[in-house]
Every structure is written in structure tokens, then in C-alpha cells.
Design a protein around this ligand. Structure first.
Ligand SMILES: [Zn+2]
Length: 453
């Protein structure tokens, strides 16, 4: 299979600047050549005249299952802990089919808004009674053609042991470690252009035991796996850690082996100077989730300061019950604007935002040699954007920045992942959108009914 993208008006490579009037030739799943007036005979030809071409975005934090509990009235105005308590009561009724279809929903939305690689943080297994949940989302990603790096999430500290979640949604440390090992053995593919890799992700200091955090980091160390968790999201979490462990969240995790360059944390808002310096020194990554942080009133992460220290920072939409969309391009706009609220208008530029959305994520996932920019020899993960829309009139003096500053649809015209066209003329290729909408609405209605919402 080969693809020739011809007559690209503006190509933002991210790694090597911006090119004008250029072609890209793709063979199988790899970018073979970038140049003027290429004359290959390709299986698929795409005319990108008047279009912007970008490397696919990399979303480093999400909870796909939450797409079925967006916007629940009881949690619309709550801060994190209260918001979680409302949602745990509903999530304990999730079934296998919900996981699969909410996965399809989230991945579809991510794909349409420019993402070509995503992680997911699935930490609910409802007491271990339900099987095959992470497998269900891997199937969903395969069906749609997304490059996927799910994390085997977990919770082991329930209310009766001083944690936040109810007993019904946690598992024992042994169950978690055994299942993690099985999933890693089955799916973790270390080949360069793998479509599925696995990392391990105990949920947070207030829902996981210290024992599990430590065992997870040791296991990951032994098997060279990445580790992920929520950290320093709220002041409540900070108070919880100081009260229960006598330490701030960051040092609590550090003592459990969680400060190294295979670790990345979602949010990372409430960190002091020492903690940020220590993270920078040790190569810890950050998933910045501006919409969720605003939505839950959690605070403003110190992203410009982290970028100054050359930390690995990426942008992520977070779960769809606290965003409540998976609009990735929209999230990039939020990242630009939120930084400016705290630090002023020159603190965050569109180039910073594109860097975080692509190479930032690739560095966190230790995948920067293969994805994150448009270069010969890298994976063919490419999106094409059409700015011929009312909302871009007058913004075309800088077509790349226009995607962040202007626009309302936030939707790709084409997406190519691993050399396959997965969005064609604005439509998902591997699923019927109408059928997904019907099924997703039905299943989420049923979930709420079971949960008595
Ligand atoms: Zn999250």
C-alpha cells in the first residue's frame, strides 16, 4: 500500500520547521520521501492544495469509559473528590459492552480531532468480577485503526481502608499484579511501529495502596515498562497525603520508586519549586489536562515553567466526564489560553502547543524516534486540515496557528495512521458514525437506568 500526498500548501513537520508546496510519499506504514513534485505512482493520491498537513497528535491521558457519563447533573458543579464519589456510584454498573462502545466513542472523537496515538487509563475492574475490559478497548482501537498505548490501571485502596472509592470498584494487589502481567505478556509489542503497547497505572495516592505503587514500579523497572498515575491534581489530595502518610504527594510517590524517566503523571498542578526541579532532573513526564483542571476548579499547572526546564510535557483531554469532550485540537487551544491567564500573553506560543501535542507526548512514551513529527523513516501518522471554512476567513496569514487561534469544527479532513487512511473526507473509514451514535446513546441510557441516575 502506498500513498502520495501532493501539492501540500503548508507542511508543519514540528522537527524541521515548516515547508511550502511540498509532497509526501508513504510506502506501507513509513514516510519514504518528502520533496517537491514527487512522481511516484501510488495506490492512493490525495491532493492537499490549500491544506495544512501536520504530524498526528499524541494524547497521553484519558478515561474512555467516561464518555458514557459526561455531563451528569449531580457532578456538573463538583470538585474532584465529590465528583468522583458521584461517578463511582454510576461506574460500578459498567458492563463489558459499555467499555467497548465508550472506547469506540472516545477513539472516534480523538481521531476526528487530530489524534493518531492515544493512551487510555482504565482503572475500574469492579471487584475483578468482569473480565476482558482492557481487551475490549484494545479491540475498539484495532477496529478504528488508532495507535494505542493503554495503561492497565488499578485501584486497591477502598473506603474501608481509608481510601476514596467504594469496595465494589477495587481489586486486591495480587489480582492486579497477576492481570497486569498477563496483559503485558499478551499485548505489549516493542517493535518500532507497534500498534499496541501497554503501561501500568495505579490510579492515585487516595485510591491505591503504597504496596501496590511500589510493586508496580519494581515490576515495571524489571520489565522496562512505562508507569503512569494521577499526581498533584488537587489541594484535597495534598491534604490527604500529608494527613495519611505525613508527606506531600510527590515525595510519597518518590519514596515508592515513582520518580524516573519511565514515569509520567497526569495533572501535576500543586507542585512546589523543589518538586518541579526534581521532576525535571529525573525526566518525569506530565500530561497537562487544561479543560479538566478548569472544569473541576483544580488549579493551573505551571506548564511554562516546566517547558523552560525542558521537561517532557504533553497535552491530554483527560476523561470525558471532566472535560466533557475528547476534542484534542480544542484542548490545545485551552492549553494556550490557560497558560496566558496566569503567565501573560507571551508565555505560551502556538509552537509550544504543537510541540507538546506531538513530540512532547512521543518523548513521554519513549517513542520519539518513530512518531511525533513528519520525517523520512518515521511512522506515517499524518493529518490533513482544510481551512476553507467561514471560521478561518481572515486567519490564513498563519494557517498553522489559525488551527489554534481560530476555527470551530476542529475536524480533520484526512487522517492517516500507520500508513492507512482512517478518516477520509471528514468521515471515519472503519465505522458507521450513525450506528455508533445510536448504540452509544442506548447503552449510556441503560447504564444510568441501572445506576438509578
Ligand atoms: Zn484522569
Amino acid at each position: 500500500m502506498s500513498i502520495l500526498i501532493k501539492n501540500i500548501s503548508t507542511l508543519e513537520t514540528v522537527s524541521n520547521g515548516r515547508l511550502k508546496d511540498i509532497d509526501i510519499y508513504i510506502e506501507d506504514n513509513v514516510i519514504k520521501e518528502i520533496g517537491k513534485k514527487l512522481s511516484y505512482k501510488a495506490d492512493i493520491n490525495i491532493d492537499a492544495h490549500d491544506r495544512v498537513v501536520l504530524p498526528g497528535f499524541i494524547n497521553t491521558h484519558h478515561h474512555f469509559y467516561q464518555t458514557f457519563t459526561r455531563n451528569l447533573p449531580k457532578a456538573q458543579n463538583a470538585e474532584l473528590f465529590e465528583w468522583l464519589k458521584v461517578h463511582y456510584r454510576v461506574w460500578q454498573y459498567l458492563e463489558y459492552e459499555d467499555i467497548y462502545y465508550s472506547g469506540l466513542t472516545a477513539i472516534s472523537e480523538l481521531m476526528l480531532t487530530g489524534v493518531t496515538t492515544s493512551t487510555d487509563h482504565l482503572y475500574l475492574y469492579n471487584g475483578g468480577a468482569k473480565k476482558g475490559w482492557i481487551e475490549a478497548e484494545i479491540e475498539a482501537a484495532k477496529k478504528l485503526g488508532m495507535r494505542f498505548y493503554p495503561t492497565r490501571g488499578s485501584m486497591s485502596l477502598s473506603k474501608k481502608d481509608g481510601g476514596l472509592p467504594p469496595d465494589s470498584v477495587v481489586q486486591t494487589e495480587d489480582e492486579i499484579m497477576q492481570h497486569s502481567e498477563a496483559i503485558v505478556n499478551k499485548y505489549h509489542d516493542i517493535s518500532p511501529f507497534a500498534m499496541t503497547r501497554i503501561s501500568l497505572a495505579p490510579c492515585s495516592p487516595f485510591s491505591v495502596t503504597g504496596k501496590l505503587m511500589k510493586e508496580t514500579s519494581e515490576y515495571a523497572d524489571k520489565h522496562d515498562l512505562l508507569i503512569h498515575t494521577h499526581l498533584a491534581e488537587t489541594k484535597d489530595e495534598e491534604s490527604f497525603c500529608i494527613e495519611k502518610f505525613g508527606k506531600r504527594p510527590y515525595y510519597y510517590l518518590k519514596d515508592l520508586g515513582w520518580v524516573n524517566d519511565r514515569a509520567w503523571y497526569a495533572h501535576s498542578i500543586h507542585l512546589n519549586d523543589d518538586e518541579i526541579n526534581d521532576m525535571a532532573k529525573n525526566g518525569v513526564g506530565v500530561s497537562h489536562c487544561p479543560s479538566s483542571n478548569m472544569r473541576l476548579g483544580s488549579g493551573i499547572a505551571r506548564i511554562p515553567e516546566m517547558l523552560e526546564k525542558n521537561m517532557k510535557v504533553s497535552i491530554a483531554v483527560d476523561g470525558s466526564a471532566s472535560n466533557d469532550t475528547s476534542d484534542y485540537l480544542g484542548e490545545m487551544r485551552q492549553a494556550l489560553l490557560l497558560a496566558r491567564v496566569k503567565y501573560g500573553a507571551s508565555a505560551m506560543k502556538t509552537s509550544d502547543v504543537f510541540e507538546m501535542a506531538t513530540m512532547g507526548g512521543a518523548r513521554i512514551l519513549h517513542w520519539d524516534k518513530e512518531i511525533g513529527s513528519i520525517e523520512v523513516g518515521k511512522a506515517a501518522d499524518i493529518t490533513i486540515w482544510n481551512l476553507n471554512d467561514i471560521s478561518y476567513i481572515g486567519a490564513q496569514s498563519d494557517p498553522v496557528a489559525a488551527l489554534i487561534f481560530a476555527g470551530r469544527k476542529h475536524q480533520v479532513e484526512y487522517s492517516i495512521i500507520n500508513g492507512r487512511v482512517v478518516v477520509d473526507k471528514g468521515e471515519l473509514v472503519n465505522i458507521q458514525s450513525e450506528e455508533l451514535i445510536k448504540k452509544g446513546m442506548e447503552l449510556s441510557n441503560e447504564l444510568w437506568k441501572r445506576a438509578g441516575v
